[in-house]
Design a protein around this ligand. Structure first.
Ligand code: SF4
Length: 171
């Protein structure tokens, strides 16, 4: 059965991010093989997230697809993501863009800000007709990846900090 967006499986922001980081990671996560909670890198990232901008934040969770902080600024709803580093900047951008698109489908207009407090850096994200088309193509590709067999290991430096490394290099 298709969901609200015409996709057979509920795509989440994390899945959009993993599309850019590693297709195998995306596949494993989408099949509910989720090891993130135990990984030290993820725990450090979560700590930075919790300690940054503490006074400004409220958490928003919608249908398991969105889990993000938001704040009101200049009469606008701003979705606010805090990241440990900008090493996966493209993944961060499309993850937040997906949240904006998701809310837009419910008639909620919002803008996005990605913050990298350790690098003193901030990136603004706005949903446009152009990047919405790009995003829809990505969502279709994600669906195709998770319907196919498990993708091969990518064997890059990303693997050393990946929550799935024990799985990938034992299996
Ligand atoms: S360990 Fe490497 S190949 Fe395996 S999921 Fe992580 S990034 Fe992908």
């Amino acid at each position: 059965m298709n969901n609200l967006f015409g996709h057979s499986k509920q795509i989440t922001g994390v899945m959009v991010s993993y599309y850019f980081i590693c297709k195998r990671k995306l596949w494993l996560y989408a099949r509910n093989i989720q090891l993130e909670n135990e990984n030290e890198e993820v725990l450090i990232g979560r700590q930075i997230h919790e300690e940054s901008y503490r006074r400004e934040k409220k958490n928003i969770t919608i249908l398991d697809a969105i889990n993000v902080d938001f704040l009101h600024k200049k009469n606008k709803l701003i979705l606010n993501e805090v990241k440990k580093s900008s090493i996966n900047e493209e993944a961060d951008y499309y993850q937040l863009l997906y949240y904006l698109y998701f809310l837009d489908r419910y008639g909620v207009k919002a803008e996005g800000e990605i913050r990298y407090p350790k690098e003193n850096k901030k990136k603004n994200v706005t949903l446009t007709e152009e990047n919405k088309k790009e995003l829809l193509l990505i969502l279709n590709k994600i669906e195709k990846i998770i319907e196919k067999p498990l993708p091969k290991k990518i064997k890059t430096s990303k693997c050393t900090k990946c929550a799935y490394k024990d799985f990938c290099y034992v299996v």
